[in-house]
Design a binder for this molecule. Structure first.
Ligand code: PLP
Length: 427
């Protein structure tokens, strides 16, 4: 067995230094349980960051479901299988009635790739509207809308990236900040420009919690109006639920439900099977049917019986342990705690979020709202040194990103807040 330093050197040699690692001092994790992670020295960390282990690291019900199905049969979706059909039925049952058909894949990137293709094939148009500072995945087509990492090959003529909505800096819509009327105007302009360039409008694709963009607090009618503009221009509305989905926001199962408009297509990933690689696309039946009549979609691994056993087990645990309600209650409790910290630390300019996805925007000066980017990085590392894991997001990389596994308790929130209090006092 290598020491952590040796493992790091071996990793650099074989995976390269470009392969990203969290924290100035990378973590060498060996075990997880619930909301806890353990490093190679046996030190325990509170996980306030990872949404993939949605129902908790190594949840026994999910582990057992995977093991049982792996020991019984694993093939793919070209054979009839009870577990696959049952999962698809249960999954679509969690959506609004219109969203009634599903496709299964392995990653969020693939899910978005399918959704983009569905938009192009079904509308006959090519233009895609996304936001600046968004992340939707890593395939060639999806990298075009993952504007947080501008693709070195450049953006195609079919892409229009509108400014990221920002609820903290000047809500009147000046200074490049666009809430809500100015943002909607930018959607209208993007539609017009796509029509004028003969690309046409195929879709608007957004993360319904705008995670990479920094978790802005948006008025409820926001996306309904944007979707109406896009639909009038002949396009569809695609909601990326990879981050807010499966009850994380507390008051609803899906992030789009906060905005009072049902999307045409929804994409799913990360938390769907607690770390087992499965993702999905849920669509209106007419779109799904038209797409399937024109495109032979098959995915060797996507939605196989083991993946569906894991995904079914996640739905069981969400229900049995009432984790959406937990997200609502503990999320509110943690936000209150963050507001108390805001009263004591000038560095915290704004506090926002929903359910178990919340954050604090750090600024050098509350009046000018100058982003405290370097300080945010130091806080994240200071938290890691104190064994609590968080990260950072936002246009200025100055929003603490707190998004723990769903069984996160009030007691866990107290530890998070006490540690944050110390870390803020130190930087
Ligand atoms: C909002 C969003 N969409 C899509 C993806 C891509 O998912 P994956 O990494 O599974 O391809 C991510 C990944 O971080 C994401 O945050």
């Amino acid at each position: 067995m290598s020491t952590t330093e040796q493992l790091l050197e071996r990793r650099y040699r074989v995976l390269g230094r470009g392969s990203p690692l969290f924290y100035d001092k990378p973590l060498h994790l060996v075990r997880g349980e619930g909301v806890w992670l353990y490093d190679a020295d046996g030190r325990r960390y509170l996980d306030a960051y990872n949404n993939v282990p949605h129902v908790g690291h190594c949840h026994p019900h999910v582990v057992e479901a995977i093991a049982r199905q792996a020991a019984t049969l694993n093939t793919h979706t070209r054979y009839l299988h009870e577990g696959i059909v049952r999962y698809a039925e249960r999954l679509v049952g969690t959506f609004d009635r219109e969203l009634s058909m599903a496709f299964l894949a392995c990653t969020g990137s693939e899910a978005n790739e399918i959704a983009l293709r569905m938009a192009t094939v079904c509308t006959g148009h090519r233009g895609i509207i996304c936001t600046r500072f968004a992340y939707h995945g890593n395939t060639t087509a999806v990298a075009q809308i993952s504007t947080v990492f501008p693709p070195p090959e450049g953006f195609g003529p079919h892409i229009r990236a509108v400014p990221a909505p920002d609820s903290y800096r000047d809500p009147r819509g000046t200074d490049g900040v666009l809430l809500p009327d100015a943002w909607l105007k930018s959607i209208e302009e993007a539609c017009e420009s796509l029509r004028a360039s003969s690309q046409g409008v195929a879709a608007m694709l957004v993360d319904t919690i705008f995670s990479s963009e920094g978790l802005p607090e948006l008025p409820p009618e926001f996306l309904a109006k944007a979707a109406a503009i896009v639909r009038r221009a002949g396009g569809i509305y695609i909601a990326d639920e990879v981050q807010p989905g499966f009850g994380r926001t507390g008051t609803s199962m899906w992030g789009y439900q906060h905005y009072g408009v049902v999307p045409d297509v929804v994409t799913l990933g990360k938390p769907m099977a607690n770390g087992h690689p499965v993702s999905g696309v849920v669509a209106r039946a007419e779109l799904a049917t038209e797409f399937a009549s024109k495109v032979m979609y098959f995915n060797t691994f996507g939605g196989n019986p083991v993946s569906c056993a894991a995904a079914n087990a996640v739905l069981d645990v969400l229900d049995k342990e009432r984790l959406q309600e937990n997200a609502r209650v503990v999320g509110e409790y943690a936000l209150e705690g963050l507001r108390r910290l805001q009263a004591r630390h000038d560095l915290i300019g704004d506090v926002r979020g929903r359910g178990l996805f919340f954050g604090a925007e750090l600024v050098k000066d509350r009046r000018s709202r100058e982003p405290a980017t370097a300080e945010t990085k130091r806080v994240v590392n200071a938290m890691r040194d104190r064994a609590v894991l968080v990260s950072r997001i936002g246009v200025h990389d100055n929003v603490l990103k707190i998004r723990p596994p769903m069984p996160f308790s009030k007691e866990n929130a107290d530890l998070l807040l006490a540690t944050l209090d110390e870390a803020l006092g130190e930087v």
